[in-house]
Structure formats: structure tokens, C-alpha cells
Design a protein around this ligand. Structure first.
Ligand code: GTP
Length: 419
């Protein structure tokens, strides 16, 4: 190879262009298409009631997605199980549309016995994976709807101690199914020092229990500024957040979103006061697509292959498979055939059931026919014996009994004609 045609890592010759061709415009085409289609994002919030989940979501998206909730009257009984509630809203910023879905989990951690509080949440996440898998197996896949949960914001009580068993259990059960983003709720109730120590403790608990939380990936060819930005975000995990949709005046005359206390004002959007800005940056401004990609490529892919293996569809996990359309098609065909086989078996079962029902009906009518036939035969035999008896009496010249005379009278005509 000569110097003018260097090789790429994949062994392909790199060619120089003689002039403008136009594919440099591809990113713009992708951009236009994405803007036209709009985006969608599903976030789940989990944490005990009153930890500020609705307030934080409203603060993050700067809208009143959650209507103001009134507290339950004292006499009204609380539901006994974790519920799953979903709110959707279309929001728009500078012409870019975002369909935002927020999945709330009221009841989590609110009972005397919170064993298995995580279960309805896992079930819901898996049901969303199943719905996506079902769409993938359809003949027409042009209108796929992605309702998978792309991020789960887990609210940790600002105890200042350590993670509680319920936190650990939840994260252990969920970390391979959803991008976990732990946040320290209502962090304005802790001092800076307490927050630092609490974060250390939470991180070491997470490491000890081998829980995987979402960390923004760093790519090789990223510029230094982006790498530094990412590092700053990662260093803030678990984000110590404060939520508020109320605007208040600061002593220096600014109007800010925050919370006012006798000792001063906590500003939500001030990085010196809390990590809300960093959380918003990761979730919305820099890593929304990463969260979706990780959900699709890693979490969903894991769920999907486990599910298919359980259904008996063998598949190869290698990267080659990912980029090999023939292998992908073969896998899809296998899945489709498995589905057809299942349908065929079901149809056979229904058919056999119908045949059995028909046979039972035919047997019944056959028996009824036999019974009627027997009845008629017996009646005829009886008649024949009577006639026989009558003939014998007439031949022997014996008179008929009065009953026989009357019976004879009714049948006389036919009888005398035959004789
Ligand atoms: P449920 O709807 O019951 O699940 O509660 P939630 O977790 O959605 O809490 P919500 O946002 O309704 O907030 C409960 C109370 O806490 C409200 O009075 C909020 O004003 C207050 N609150 C919300 N965020 C914060 C915060 O960051 N710091 C403090 N100190 N209070 C907050």
C-alpha cells in the first residue's frame, strides 16, 4: 500500500476525495429526521411517599406534570399494595418534541411489611420488555412503540446513615433490568459534610452488594471537555437533590426556583447548593440517548435472550451475530417458527376437542335411534302375536272374549279383507 491510501483499523483503504460529495451532510439529515419524528422517554420514580418524587419530576421538566396531590384524610385507608401509575405528556422546546412518560410506584416502602415491594415493579418492567418483544416479532414492524423504562430514579431517604435493607433489596432486584439512578432525596435536610459522608457510605454499600448503577460511558474519541464533564457528573452520584417549583426572591434580589428557610434560601438550579443541575444534565441534556441505548442494547438484550432461551430458541450471543443480518434473520425465523408451532398445536387441540364433541353427539343420536327401533319392533311383535292368537281361535271355532270382540270390531275390516 502506498502512503496516499492509509489503512483503517478494519483493514480498509482510506481514500481521499477529489472534491465535495455531500455525505458530510448526513448528521444534518439524521437531525432533521429525528426532529420530525420527535423523541420519547420513559422514566420511573421509586421511593417512599413524601420523599419529593412528584416535586422533582416537575422541577426536572419545568412543568406541572404531576397535579398537586392532597394528603389522604386520616380515616381513609391506604392501599395495601404497590401500585403502578403512568403519566404521559408531550412537551416541546425550540421545535423539538418529547413524549415524556413518568411511571410512578405509589405505596413502595410504605407498609409495615415491605417484603416483595419490588415485585410489582419488576413485573411492570418485564411486561414492558415483553410488549416490545411482541412488536419485534410482528410481520409489520414499521410502527414500533417503545414503552420500556429507560431510567429509574431511586429516592434514598436522607437518613445520613447507610442504605436500608429495602434500598439494597430493591436495587439488587432491579439493577439488571433498568438503568438505576440513585438520588438522595430532600438533601437540604443534611449539611454539606453529612452529604459527603452519606454519599461515601451509599457508594460503598452499592459496591459491596455488587449493584450496577448507571454511569455515563466515556468513549475513546471523545474530546477532553466532554470527558471532564462526564467525570464531574459521575463524581456526583448519588445525586443529592432538592426539588421545588416555587420561585422565590433571594436576598440579593434574584428570582430563583428554591426553598426558603429562616437561615437562607436553597436554590435548586445552583450547583453550589445541590446536585439537581448535574442530575438534569445527565438525564436530559447529555445522556438521554445513552440511557435509551443502554436499555435497548444491554438490559433489554439480556432479558430477550434469556426469554428466548427459556422458550427453547437457541441463540448465539457473539457480537458477530449483532451485525450479521443473516444470523439475525435466522433467529427471527426460528422465533417465528416456534410461534407457528405453538399456534398449530393449539389449533390441533381445538380440532380434537371439536371432533370428540361431535362423536359424543352422534353416539347419543345413534342410541336414541336404536331405542326407537326396539320400541317399534316390540310393538309390531305384540300385534303379530295378537293376530296369531285370533286366527287360531277363529279356526278352532272358539268364540272371542267380549274384549276381543270389541278389539275385533275396530280391526274387523282390514282383517276380513286379508282373510
Ligand atoms: P407521594 O406522592 O406521596 O408519593 O409523595 P412524593 O414522593 O411525590 O412527594 P411530593 O413531591 O408530593 O413532596 C412531599 C412534600 O415534600 C411536599 O410538601 C414537598 O413540598 C416537599 N418536598 C419536595 N421536595 C423537597 C425537597 O427537596 N426538600 C424538602 N425539604 N422538601 C421537599
Amino acid at each position: 500500500m502506498n502512503g496516499s491510501n492509509p489503512q483503517t483499523a478494519a483493514g480498509l483503504a482510506r481514500k481521499k476525495l477529489m472534491g465535495y460529495v455531500g455525505f458530510a451532510n448526513l448528521p444534518n439529515q439524521v437531525h432533521r429526521k429525528s426532529v420530525r419524528k420527535g423523541f420519547n422517554f420513559t422514566a420511573m420514580v421509586v421511593g417512599e411517599s413524601g420523599l419529593g418524587k412528584s416535586t422533582l419530576i416537575n422541577t426536572l421538566f419545568n412543568t406541572t406534570l404531576y397535579p398537586r396531590k392532597e394528603p389522604l384524610p386520616p380515616h381513609q385507608e391506604r392501599p395495601k399494595t404497590v401500585a403502578i401509575e403512568s403519566i404521559s405528556a408531550d412537551i416541546e422546546e425550540n421545535g423539538v418534541r418529547l413524549r415524556l412518560n413518568v411511571v410512578d410506584t405509589p405505596g413502595f416502602g410504605d407498609f409495615v411489611n415491605n417484603d416483595e415491594s419490588w415485585k410489582p415493579i419488576v413485573d411492570n418492567i418485564e411486561a414492558r420488555f415483553d410488549a416490545y418483544l411482541e412488536q419485534e416479532n410482528r410481520v409489520n414492524r414499521s410502527k414500533m412503540q417503545d414503552n420500556r423504562v429507560h431510567a429509574c430514579i431511586y429516592f434514598i431517604q436522607p437518613t445520613g446513615h447507610a442504605l436500608r435493607p429495602i434500598d439494597i433489596e430493591f436495587m439488587r432486584r432491579l439493577h439488571q433490568k433498568v438503568n438505576l439512578i440513585p438520588v438522595i432525596a430532600k438533601s437540604d435536610t443534611l449539611t454539606d459534610e453529612e452529604i459527603l459522608q452519606f454519599k461515601q457510605r451509599v457508594l460503598s454499600d452499592i459496591a459491596y452488594h455488587q449493584i450496577e448503577i448507571f454511569r455515563a460511558p466515556v468513549y475513546e474519541n471523545e474530546d477532553e471537555e466532554t470527558i471532564a464533564e462526564n467525570e464531574e457528573i459521575v463524581n456526583k452520584i448519588p445525586f443529592a437533590v432538592v426539588g421545588s417549583n416555587t420561585e422565590i426572591d433571594t436576598p440579593d434580589g434574584r428570582r430563583v426556583r428554591g426553598r426558603s428557610y429562616p437561615w437562607g434560601v436553597i436554590e435548586v438550579d445552583n450547583e453550589e447548593h445541590c446536585d439537581f443541575v448535574k442530575l438534569r444534565q445527565m438525564l436530559i441534556r447529555t445522556h438521554m440517548e445513552e440511557l435509551k441505548e443502554h436499555t435497548n442494547d444491554v438490559l433489554y438484550e439480556k432479558y430477550r435472550s434469556e426469554k428466548l432461551l427459556a422458550m427453547g430458541v437457541a441463540q448465539d450471543h457473539s457480537v458477530f451475530k449483532e451485525v450479521n443480518p443473516a444470523a439475525k434473520m435466522a433467529e427471527e425465523r426460528a422465533l417465528h417458527e416456534a410461534k407457528l408451532r405453538k399456534m398449530e398445536n393449539e389449533m390441533k387441540l381445538v380440532f380434537q376437542q371439536k371432533v370428540a364433541e361431535k362423536e359424543a353427539k352422534l353416539k347419543q343420536s345413534e342410541e336414541e335411534l336404536y331405542a326407537r327401533h326396539r320400541e317399534m319392533r316390540d310393538a309390531l311383535e305384540k300385534q303379530r302375536l295378537e293376530l296369531e292368537d285370533k286366527r287360531r281361535r277363529l279356526e278352532s271355532g272358539r268364540p272371542l272374549t267380549p274384549e276381543k270382540v270389541s278389539s275385533q270390531a275396530t280391526k274387523k275390516k282390514g282383517f276380513s279383507l286379508r282373510n
